[in-house]
Write a new protein. Structure first.
Length: 146
């Protein structure tokens, strides 16, 4: 998709943002869909019996019950979008870690390539740990299975 996006949107931030959106969108949508499908019908029926309307059921039952699935989708999307970002920068971008590594390759600057690889891994790991931390804080009510 990256070469096609470059033809349509050119080289720049718009192309990178669109490619990252494509990489992340499907994972988020599928995980959210699965989370909504897995909401226990007993919870929804109990809310209806207590007089809750559709919006209240959605905001107070469906969204909290789907939150763990949404965070899983966000973590998967983060991984795929991070890899896509670096790949798009390697192919055609004026700036970024991938572009720095591409230029370093042309001038045989192995140290810059290794630093780039290390930074890509470190930043990806840090972002994943941040999402895991946020998931644990927002879903502390969830039972933990060992």
């Amino acid at each position: 998709m990256i070469p096609l996006v470059i033809v349509v949107l050119g080289i720049g931030e718009d192309a990178k943002i669109f490619v990252i959106f494509l990489a992340a969108f499907l994972a988020c949508v599928l995980a959210t869909y699965q989370g909504v499908r897995n909401v226990d019908n007993t919870l929804i029926n109990a809310a209806r019996v207590l007089g809750a309307g559709d919006f209240t059921i959605f905001s107070r039952v469906v969204v909290p019950a789907s939150t763990p699935f949404i965070f899983v989708g966000m973590r998967v999307a983060l991984g795929s979008s991070w890899a896509t970002l670096v790949a798009s920068e390697l192919i055609a971008a004026p700036t970024g870690l991938g572009r720095m590594m591409q230029v370093a390759t042309q001038f045989l600057q192995t140290d810059r390539i290794i630093v780039g690889i290390f930074m890509i891994g470190l930043l990806g790991f840090a972002m994943d740990r941040f999402l895991l931390w946020a998931e644990r804080r927002l879903t502390a009510w969830q039972e933990v299975r060992t």
